[in-house]
Design a protein around this ligand. Sequence first.
Ligand SMILES: C[S@@+](CC[C@H](N)C(=O)[O-])C[C@H]1O[C@@H](n2cnc3c(N)ncnc32)[C@H](O)[C@@H]1O
Length: 283
Amino acid sequence: MFRKNTQPPTPESDQPLAASADRHLLYQHSVQDVEAEIDFIEQTWSELRARPAVFLREDFCGTANTACEWVKRDDEHHAVGVDLDMDVLNWGRAHNLASLDPEQFERIELLHEDVVHTRPGLVDIILAMNFSYYLFLDRESLREYFAAALDGLVSDGILFLDAYGGFEAPMVLEEPRECEDEDGNEFTYIWEQAAFNPIDSCMTCNIHFEFPDNSRLDKAFSYHWRLWTLPEIREILYEAGFSQVDIYWEGTDEDKNEGNGIYTPSEIGDADPGWVCYIVAQP
Ligand SMILES: C[S@@+](CC[C@H](N)C(=O)[O-])C[C@H]1O[C@@H](n2cnc3c(N)ncnc32)[C@H](O)[C@@H]1O
């Protein structure tokens, strides 16, 4: 027998904050800085090329936040985002693309495809950010992706990647960081390196979110990927056919003894506990 529920509905304010949280919004507010990313790309492109870049492909685009930033920057900019996950693409359409003006919206397209097999037409720039290509676990599949990216570029196009490392990167640890959403609501982003296997360099990482009422979104995102080293990535890019691969290393703010947000081509980096850099690969 079903019993009629006599409990009054719980007022929304009594719900734990985690229950109404949107993991994609939290991700965008804690992990991504698409303005800084596109600043770097525009600056670097203008240093390397005498013509403006127009067509950008965002591989592993997720919510296509970076692709949206590209079309907002200039009336001439066009973008295509590629991702395997239809749910995340739909979220991006409903939120990020829906907030573009109609003219910007005309200049962006999302494809539910594998980055290795997609052929949306040649572009000036391909970017693969937040280490997504670490999802390829062996040299052969990583080389296949890089070769496909090279095939997707015009002759003077550029592939932009990021990479992370440092002596804390293979450690099992949790790293909390305080964040805010666009309405000033505070939450804690927790990056967890849950497991690392030194034999194959593969690791499992999770992102958790915690709220001021102590409720949590556990494993909001999980990744099983390989912690590639910069020499490996460079070698594989050259094997895939790129002719110049530069590492853009972050400078140091000497007063604060921390990164200054300025990345320049470098052959010597610091042995920091944790670093993030850009890789710029040219055909
Ligand atoms: C770490 S997220 C990156 C999101 C976004 N690029 C960023 O900068 O934050 C990885 C994304 O890659 C997608 N993905 C994984 N393998 C893929 C593949 N072979 N082709 C296309 N997308 C893939 C996943 O669906 C997921 O949305």
